[in-house]
Ligand binder design. Structure first.
Ligand code: SAM
Length: 239
């Protein structure tokens, strides 16, 4: 792994990374390669692309000071651990829960966490089901989610996990403007209020960037939400 690229990129984003964090990134990349050689875990990117498009991209909320010390965070649809793993490596104080509907990804993450010496919770479930469980419903300071669904669907998959005063953070592409009206309506139905977007540029990569869509949890999510598994995708709220 190109540690200098990662370190410089993080510095430009205003994020400090000590040697332990950089070593953990390196080890995590090696574990990803090991698993990718035998299963289809995540798109294989070259090393520099992985630093930019996975590690630096995942770290964006830290630039904006969105996660308080010790915050309880759930990564909804974490896949191979993005954005949750880079966030946890950079901020081991976070109480992170990795959630995914695919068990092979959860098993990979459990192995990676043990080998990196990091503590976190893992949850093999659909977001729609997990958000009905008392242990997870409205229990988190933040829900993060990248590349999982359109904005309105994401509101329904993330906001039920967030307690009043917390925030849902979704990584979105340049087309987010077209999704905003439905997202605002969906958030309203779910006890949230869309705050807006903040830019999440990746240093040196003008060609490729996300924005973070921020939704504040301003009320309580009605019991009817989330609807049963699959419905938020098939019939997004607010459309
Ligand atoms: N967030 C990761 C990233 O940015 O690399 C993974 C993105 S991958 C395209 C989408 C992931 O979301 C998959 O691992 C899938 O299993 C998971 N997923 C999709 N819908 C879900 C749901 N309703 N509940 C839990 N996981 C879900």
């Amino acid at each position: 792994m190109n540690k200098e690229r990662l370190k410089n990129g993080l510095e430009k984003m205003g994020i400090a990374a000590d040697e332990t964090a950089l070593d953990r990134f390196e080890a995590f990349h090696a574990i990803l390669d090991e698993y990718n050689a035998r299963m289809d875990l995540t798109a294989v990117l070259d090393e520099d692309e992985r630093v930019d498009r996975h590690d630096l991209d995942s770290a964006a909320p830290l630039t904006h000071g969105l996660l308080m010390p010790g915050a309880k965070v759930i990564d909804v649809g974490t896949g191979a651990g993005f954005p949750g793993m880079p966030l946890l490596i950079l901020r081991p104080d976070l109480q992170m829960t990795f959630l995914d509907a695919l068990n092979k990804r959860i098993l990979f993450l459990e192995d990676a966490l043990a080998r990196l010496g990091l503590k976190a919770e893992t949850l093999h479930a659909r977001a729609e089901d997990a958000a009905k469980m008392a242990a997870h419903r409205e229990q988190y300071d933040a829900a993060v989610s990248r590349a999982v669904a359109n904005a309105a669907t994401l509101e329904e998959l993330t906001l039920p996990f967030v307690q009043k005063g917390g925030v849902a953070i979704a990584w979105k592409g340049p087309g987010v403007a077209e999704e905003m009206t439905a997202a605002r309506r969906a958030a309203f139905l779910l006890g949230g209020t869309v705050r807006g977007t903040v830019d999440a540029p990746i240093p040196g990569r003008d060609d490729w960037a996300h924005v973070l869509l921020l939704t504040d949890k301003t009320g309580t999510t009605p019991k009817a939400y989330p609807r049963k598994a699959g419905t938020p995708n098939r019939k997004p709220l607010g459309q």
